[in-house]
Design a protein around this ligand. Structure first.
Ligand SMILES: [Zn+2]
Length: 213
């Protein structure tokens, strides 16, 4: 079986999407290395815990289906197009409610808490384009590059997080979702969220490098 480890990782971790995103709207993928030419991705139309490794679709970064008993997510062209542009090992995409509220407001997430450095100094908003398209992937990569971030909200759609591996991508998806929630709850309380300075964020980055999170 090609990409066996990556497909097993999809099977193991896909159930976590259920807690993050409504219905079956989330998807995740794991690449064959950070610059590999294919990736394993969640199948479409089945619950996150009702498929096995042989079912998991394998798709080339050019978007061609190579293997797997089930059809890939309809958002697979977005995953493929991000992999063509970026040397990342995994992608998680959700319509998780707090992040999607930021996407609907078209509001970037400022550095309100030190944990933001897991994905950068802010979370930008990528311009809207139809789901699953190459144009949307280009908008996401452009927004991430400009903000030097590994996460982006997508206008009127949801959230995308990239990382060297799936575990980090999922962990950072949870971080962004909880920070979006903190930000919106502070605003809902009628208070103005405050932000950390660039030098405070640089210090956090140094701390992360020396003793981890
Ligand atoms: Zn979506």
């Amino acid at each position: 079986m090609i990409l066996e480890d990556e497909r097993r990782a999809v099977v193991e971790r896909a159930p976590e999407l259920a807690a993050l995103t409504p219905g079956r709207t989330g998807n995740l993928s794991v690449r064959d290395g950070r610059d590999g030419d294919a990736f394993a991705v969640t199948p479409t139309g089945v619950p996150y815990d009702e498929f096995d490794a042989a079912d998991v679709p394998v798709v080339s970064v050019d978007g061609e289906r190579r293997d797997g008993g089930m059809a890939p997510s309809s958002e697979v062209p977005m995953h493929a197009a991000i992999y063509r542009r970026e040397n990342v090992g995994a992608i998680v995409h959700t319509h998780s409610p707090w992040s999607t509220a930021m996407a609907v407001a078209r509001e970037p997430l400022p550095p309100i808490h030190y944990m933001i450095v897991a994905v950068g100094k802010s979370v930008p908003v990528a311009d809207y384009a139809p789901y699953g398209t190459d144009e949307l992937a280009a908008n996401i990569v452009a927004a991430m590059d400009e903000a030097d971030a590994t996460a982006a909200f997508i206008e009127n759609h949801g959230l995308v997080v990239t990382a060297p591996d799936l575990e980090t991508a999922l962990e950072n998806t949870h971080h962004v979702e909880s920070l979006a929630r903190l930000y919106l709850q502070t605003k809902a309380a009628g208070l103005e969220p405050t932000t950390l300075s660039d030098s405070q964020l640089e210090t956090v980055l140094e701390q992360f490098e020396s003793y981890g999170q």
